[in-house]
Design a protein. Sequence first.
Length: 225
Amino acid sequence: MRLRLPEERPTEPPTGYKIAHPMLSQDGTRAGFTGVSLGGALPYGVLDEARCVYGRRHRAPHRRCDCGFHCVHDRDTAEALLCTAEHRAAVLLEVAVLGAYIRFERGFRYARQRVRTATVGPCACGAVAGALADAGWGRPGRRALAAACAGCVRGRTSVSLAAFARLAGDGLRVVAGRGVQPATDLPEGLGVPELVAEAALLQARLDWFQTQLTRLDDRPSGGEE
């Protein structure tokens, strides 16, 4: 006799959380995601079906394989993964677990999913993200994207958060996470390097004026004629 796993029949799809990298097709007409670990070689859409990353013909999730989509139960657990250096540019996904799934203590391994919401972290400079820009790497036919503010996008390939949601389709919501300042606070045409240079120049001028004032204070006062 084989030990059968208990079966669940939920009235609504379970909700899970995971992190992933946003991806944009080479021609800029399609958007999706790719995983941060084992499934990173297989980009997926907002509504998609898992495939075995090892190329086997069985349906995911197979009990004797580790294929299938993966997610955790708790949002805080998924957010904690964004603290590691290799995952800083990833986004947080809220997903609906669809089809067959295997429940674990911390999450699910499952056959199909719908990405409901993608939360984009701040730009590398700390400002609230207003776009997703070319991250400098990708997969064949797809560019990886990372959060960027208006001042840091520059000439890179980029899409706004709303445009990414539209290209991804299937009702995806893309929202910006918290940052130290809104992107609109940056002067037009100036990024962080330019602002640092301007601040250094202003400081040098203030130092020069302070020196001149000190010299005037040290001059001996002349008598009246």
